[in-house]
Design a protein around this ligand. Structure first.
Ligand SMILES: C[S@@+](CC[C@H](N)C(=O)[O-])C[C@H]1O[C@@H](n2cnc3c(N)ncnc32)[C@H](O)[C@@H]1O
Length: 369
């Protein structure tokens, strides 16, 4: 099965960045679609996508695709699938279905038909509590059945145990770094670093470390899995010669956040690359050396504190950046346009992106010397 259709899921709005990342990792047939990126490949590509892609939330593989207007058609086509090639006989699987603008409109009934088809060919136990997930999607009577090869979403890197308030998802952080043009060679400053997500993602990108190096994946329970080749993949670095230049600096006024960030940096093995200091944004200074990228998601009103106090924080951030960060590029992630405006910076807004139910945007500028 060397030409499977793969789908790398990401939040709508960030598909171009995930497509660029997929191309840079050498995946074939990369196409940005709504909600993710399609690619072609075999099982080793699926393992590599799970291990390497920083921006994907999960990696799906297409099992079947057909037209189905009636449940009986769905039944027949689902029974014709060689389930044994895809699923192990012992690993429980769950079937989730969604129906959109289709004659088959009852998602529960669609999921049940596929579950019965799996059981009919003496496949694995089907259980709603299973970790391994099949996704059935009916859209305009077109049915696609995909297998989720990731398991836990890929923003759960497995080496970031300590959390501070309102952390940004690792997948989003990496795609926003890409959207800011970060290539691993320049210094990075996060003035309100919380648990250190932007810094850890940036330092790992510079070091060529695999984001999935510390976690298990759903594909490990599939018959297609070959532990020896996957182990070889886990132990390689990409790019082959990582840049050692990117230095990362994080600040936060909250001692709890500083402690969490330090613990995460240590767990990720990045103490040589990332410095964390307790400091309020009013005291923010640029590190010695050439300019680079400031990236930050300051608190947003919907989650923490009140708007008046927040406006003052954003204003101070803007003032410190203008005063001390000449020549630096700036990326600010926030849900509130009024707060972005309060920085007093001339910002360009990116598309809205769903961050756990809250729509945020990346605002960018360069501080002119
Ligand atoms: C939304 S969180 C950042 C989350 C972070 N990106 C992460 O992934 O964990 C905002 C952070 O700003 C910090 N903060 C708020 N006001 C600040 C100020 N005046 N100076 C420095 N840090 C501040 C908070 O302590 C909090 O950790």
């Amino acid at each position: 099965m060397s030409s499977l259709t793969l789908f790398f899921v990401c939040p709508p709005g960030l598909e171009p960045q995930l497509a660029a990342e997929s191309r840079s990792l050498g995946f074939n047939g990369v196409k940005a679609l709504s909600g993710g990126v399609e690619a072609k490949g075999g099982w080793p590509d699926i393992w590599r996508a799970n291990l390497r892609l920083r921006g994907a939330t999960r990696v799906l593989v297409r099992i079947a695709e057909f037209h189905a207007k009636h449940l009986s058609q769905l039944d027949k086509r689902a029974k014709a699938i060689a389930w044994g090639d895809w699923l192990g006989a012992q690993t429980p699987v769950r079937v989730d279905a969604v129906c959109r603008k289709s004659k088959i409109y009852h998602s529960g009934a669609a999921a049940e038909r596929v579950a019965k088809a799996i059981s009919a060919v003496a496949g694995p136990p089907v259980s709603p509590k299973a970790e391994l997930k099949l996704q059935v999607r009916l859209d305009h009577d077109h049915c696609t059945i995909s297998l989720d090869t990731s398991g836990e979403p890929l923003f759960k890197r497995g080496h970031k145990p300590a959390v501070a308030k309102a952390p940004i998802r690792e997948t989003l952080a990496s795609l926003f770094l890409r959207a800011c043009g970060f290539d691993g060679t320049e210094p990075v400053v996060d003035p309100m670093c919380g648990s250190g997500t932007f810094l850890i993602e940036a330092a790992e990108m510079a070091a060529g470390l695999a984001p999935g190096r510390s976690r298990p994946f759903a594909f490990e329970a599939l018959p297609s899995f070959d532990a020896a080749s996957r182990a070889a993949l886990r132990n390689t670095r990409e790019p082959a010669e990582p840049s050692l230049e990117a230095r990362c600096f994080g600040f936060d006024r909250d001692p709890g956040a500083v402690k969490a960030a330090l613990a995460n940096v240590e767990r990720a093995g990045l103490v040589d690359r990332i410095e964390i200091t307790r400091r309020a944004v009013a005291e923010l200074k640029a590190p010695e050396g050439p300019p680079g990228l400031v990236i930050v998601n300051p608190p947003y009103g919907a989650r923490i504190s009140n708007q008046g106090a927040l406006r003052a924080v954003y204003r101070t951030l803007g003032q410190r950046l203008k005063a001390d960060f000449k020549g630096w590029r700036v990326g600010i992630v926030t849900s509130a346009p009024a707060l972005a405006k309060a920085t007093g910076l001339r910002l360009e807004a990116g598309p809205p992106v769903d961050h756990g139910g809250l729509m945020v945007r990346l605002y960018q500028t360069t501080i002119t010397p």
